[in-house]
Design a protein around this ligand. Structure first.
Ligand code: ATP
Ligand code: ATP
Ligand code: MG
Ligand code: MG
Length: 878
């Protein structure tokens, strides 16, 4: 077996609309092509021995053991690899269930699709599954040690990629609310929502979090001063920079017991509390000095440690933090009890799990001593033995939810204090012996205000009710269900995507909104080009969706991107499918036109249920997509008598129809005429039917998004098939005595479309300069030749500079075959070099003729035309 290719899908895709995270492995079974599993001696036994838990896979029999039954009876290796890859992830704690295996058109080559939670783990699981199966085929077994290593590696991938508990809580809540999110390129920034409606977070800071508030909170001394001035209870204390000042500071705070901590520390680093002697104080000073130059000396307040979380002016959770401790069982030593406690799977390193492993430090031994223990003592059953003085979770502490217990006065105080500091999300550290009584009464104090507080202790307390604090953050960022989204209009089809996308973006601009759009030529925002290039995949979609100025996204969505990595968004508001025709067949295991339709159908299916699939009623494969999508349907048609559309309208549907020379929206009993086709420049005076179809699609997509008929009309009338607005799409040039048309048609359907216009050129001779991309099938070139013979009076056959792997001359030869099959007396010649071919055609053009150039390079073709001197770009109108 050999893996030929591994692809990672991240959005709605060919295999599933709902499951976005899929690995697609192209697998060559090589010698196993003809051998199902039952014919491989010892395979079943070896597989069961290596992965007994495969018993849990139901597979097609639909019961426990179903999959293993199929292995026993005989199934293809690709299918087995699929199940093994899923099971390996399962064993590493990543729950995945979706898989598919299909044979491609090439015998022995399979596509194995497996779900993943973590990309790298998914790819690794695919490779490991192949290794495992191959080993069982070759040797009858897979070594246990290797399996364990695989599972460990998978776990490591998963851990390394995890977001941290607070961010995890936030993105989970976002997903629950249907708010899209994505990680940005740097600084662990997370984007929630799209375009102009996006918000950003970094850990638990939001783009509402002010820098002044954060800096104030980080300066413990300044915080205390501001709060003291406002009458809030804070520890009595002072800041020193020299050991010489320590004695005086201790006296100032009222003598022992005291606390010493670094001025700008966190996570409990460098803090010593409950200091009762000069020796301890000196040692504590040194420890704090390791973290910060300036040192805080404070009175020690007896009490329990609480974290009060305030979000958007309201207390949303209160937790009591209990310092790391063990409870005696009368048998084990403290050292043993610690070891046992740390075995808890909930305890991880740092912040990566619900709890953190207990580690001892300098203060631990002192604390033990004060309690009369050493590490070797055996504490009596039930006694609590504290191991750390401070209760930070990151030093092994645990949390008890107290949200329902806090006294209203403390609630008021916490909310007021956070306002004074100026934070939208803050965690207050409050020391008091009872949070259910006013701080005033208990001599309680606010020790600190934390910016970017952790959520871990609230969403997963060791005791008490978990609190949905991330929900409060979402309520703040997206109040009143304010939309986090922007309208997304996604356009696909075999031909006309770029034209329709540009036209739709132009129509939408009439609303005054900032439109971001992507096409085969580049990515644009408003009137400006962001980036040139073939930008029809998910990455370009992200450029638009991440842009904070964009109010509407119009995305040309080509097959390549869908196939390679899926859509770049979960669902669109409008999904437009223009047409399905033979093009690119045989590439990427899409071999038939129906497979191509299934692929493009992703755009119609990945639409919100209250959104619209805009479908071409005249193309049966496109019209059939109405069965597959849950969205509303809107049809466009060139045929005013279309039965499908009539029925649809009768049932209350909406459609765009070309009727009596008008582009019209039909809804219910009413026909809204937008404009006469001949008044719409892109239709070339109504003479290019396919452009009318594109304009209908764009108008309809805008209409279902509540763009007004007036705005649509204004858009249609001001959009020109000019070199600047749609380079390479029906650009017509007036060269004085004759005309030249540059168009990017490169498959039979688009040749036919252009042909429909060219045939209307009755004033003179029609000369064609034709060719096609080398990666198309042989028969496609023959078809091109046939079509050309029907359209032109004279044909010059050329080839692309880049023949995409095809031997030079071969495409031209096939086109010639097509030409002569249709019209044996057709006048043609082959000039493989595109520049020479174009020049020849322009040189020979007689008066009143039309030279139609279907070039590889549009820019070069236009340049060659302009070199001919005074050229007028022409917009045909009535
Ligand atoms: P974190 O960032 O995790 O909140 P930190 O390093 O910023 O911790 P503080 O919050 O200032 O440090 O102190 C840590 C803990 O030490 C407090 O939560 C509290 O339990 C205890 N503590 C600090 N100062 C005092 C004090 N003056 N009296 C009593 N306990 C104190
Ligand atoms: P690509 O796959 O190269 O991105 P596209 O789908 O974006 O192509 P356009 O660039 O808009 O299509 O148009 C390319 C050519 O296809 C046009 O110049 C025209 O010849 C032809 N074409 C445009 N619209 C249609 C249509 N609705 N039906 C058939 N052919 C069309
Ligand atoms: Mg603190
Ligand atoms: Mg395009």
């Amino acid at each position: 077996m050999r893996i030929l290719k591994i692809q990672t899908l991240r959005g709605p895709n060919y295999w599933s609309i709902r499951r976005h995270k899929l690995i697609v492995m192209r697998l060559d079974l090589e010698t196993l092509t003809e051998t199902p599993s039952n014919e491989i001696p010892g395979f079943y036994e070896g597989l069961v021995e290596a992965l007994p838990s495969l018993e849990g896979h139901y597979c097609s029999p639909g019961c426990r053991g179903g999959f293993l039954m199929r292995v026993k009876e005989g199934t293809m290796m690709g299918h087995i690899v699929e199940h093994v890859a899923l099971e390996l992830q399962e064993l590493a704690g990543m729950h995945v269930g979706f898989g598919r295996t299909r044979e491609t058109a090439t015998p022995g080559i399979f596509q194995v699709v497996i779900e993943y939670l973590n990309e790298e783990a998914g790819r690794y699981a695919g490779r490991a599954a192949v290794r495992l199966c191959q080993s069982i085929v070759d040797r009858g077994r897979y070594p246990k040690a290797e399996l364990e290593q695989d599972i460990q590696d998978l776990k490591d991938f998963s851990r390394d990629a995890s977001l941290g508990p607070s961010t995890e809580a936030i993105v989970k809540e976002a997903e629950k609310r249907g708010i899209p999110w994505m990680p940005l390129e740097a600084r662990f920034l997370i984007q929630l929502g799209y375009g102009v409606n996006q918000k950003r977070m970094q850990a638990t800071m939001t783009d509402n979090t002010g820098i002044l508030g954060v800096e104030l909170a980080c300066d413990k001394e300044a915080t205390k001063r501001i709060l003291a001035a406002a009458g809030a209870p804070v520890p009595r204390g002072t800041v020193i920079n020299f050991l010489d000042d320590l004695q005086e500071a201790i006296e100032y705070v009222g003598g022992y017991p005291i606390v010493i901590k670094p001025l700008d520390g966190n996570h409990g680093r460098g803090i010593t509390i409950d200091i009762r002697s000069w020796e301890e104080a000196e040692a504590a000073y040194e420890a704090a000095r390791q973290v910060s130059r300036s040192i805080i000396v404070e009175r020690y307040y007896v009490g329990r440690d609480h974290r009060v979380l305030v979000v958007n002016g309201k207390v949303v959770a209160v937790a009591e933090r209990v310092p790391a401790h063990v409870i005696g069982n009368g048998r084990s030593t403290i050292a043993e009890l610690i070891e046992e406690t740390n075995l808890d799977p909930n305890r991880g390193e740092g912040h990566d799990n619900v709890l953190t492993k207990i580690e001892l430090d300098r203060t631990s031994y002192q604390l033990l001593e004060r309690q009369g223990y050493t590490l070797n003592s055996v504490p009596p059953k039930g006694t609590i033995c504290y191991l750390r003085a401070t209760a930070n979770l990151s030093t092994g502490g645990s949390a008890v939810d107290r949200t329902d217990e806090i006294h209203p006065e403390n609630l008021w105080m916490a909310q007021r204090v956070v306002k004074i500091i100026g934070l939208d999300i803050a965690g207050l550290d409050i020391v008091t012996s009872d949070i259910s009584r006013p701080l005033r009464e208990m001599d309680g104090v606010i020790v600190e205000v934390n910016a970017a507080p952790g959520f871990r202790m609230h969403v997963a307390p060791s005791q008490g009710i978990p609190r949905n604090v991330a929900g409060a953050v979402m309520d703040m960022l997206f109040p009143n269900e304010q939309s986090s989204q922007i309208p997304i209009l996604s356009v696909t089809g075999t031909n006309g995507k770029t034209t329709t996308t540009r036209l739709l973006a132009h129509i939408y601009k009439q609303t005054g909104k900032v439109v971001g759009y992507t096409t085969t030529d580049g990515t644009y925002i408003g009137d400006y080009l962001v980036e040139a290039g073939d930008n029809t995949g998910p990455q370009s979609a992200h450029v638009i969706l991440q842009d904070p100025t964009v109010e509407v996204a119009v995305l040309e969505t080509a097959r390549g991107g869908i196939l390679r990595s899926g859509l770049g968004f979960e669902a669109a508001n409008v999904g437009v499918v223009l047409n399905i025709a033979a093009d690119h067949l045989g590439i990427g295991d899409i071999d038939t036109i129906d497979q191509l339709a299934n692929l493009k159908s992703v755009v119609a299916e990945a639409v919100f249920p209250d959104g619209y699939a805009v479908l071409n009623a005249d193309d049966r494969r496109v019209a059939a997509m109405s069965e597959k999508t849950k969205a509303n349907i809107a049809y466009f048609t060139m045929n005013p008598d279309s039965e499908l559309v009539h029925k649809h309208i009768q049932k209350g549907g909406v459609a765009a129809v070309y009727e009596n020379g008008y582009l019209s929206i039909v809804k219910g009993d009413w026909t809204h005429r937008i404009e006469r086709a001949e008044q719409i420049p892109i239709t070339m005076g109504g003479r290019a039917p396919f452009m009318i179809a594109n304009a209908l699609a764009a108008s309809l997509a805008a209409f279902v998004q509540n763009v007004t008929i007036e705005q649509i009309r204004a858009g249609l009338k001001s959009f020109r098939a000019s070199v600047s607005q749609t380079p390479g799409r029906m650009n017509l040039f007036n060269l004085g005595n004759y005309h030249a048309l540059v168009d990017y048609a490169h498959n039979p359907a688009s040749y036919e479309a252009v042909g429909a216009f060219v045939r209307n050129w009755t004033t003179g001779v029609r000369i064609g300069v034709v060719g096609g991309p080398g990666d198309r099938r042989d028969e496609d070139f023959v078809t091109l030749g046939k079509l050309a013979a029907q359209i032109f009076n004279y044909i010059i056959i050329k080839e692309d500079d880049d023949t995409r792997g095809r031997p030079r001359g071969s495409a031209a030869e096939l086109i010639t075959q097509g030409i002569t099959q249709v019209k044996s007396d057709c006048r043609y010649e082959s000039i493989l070099d595109e520049t020479q071919a174009i020049n020849k055609a322009l040189d020979m053009a007689p008066d009143n003729s039309l030279v139609v150039i279907l070039p590889e390079s549009v820019t070069r073709a236009i340049k060659l035309i302009r070199l001919r001197g005074l050229v007028k770009e022409e917009i045909l109108q009535q």
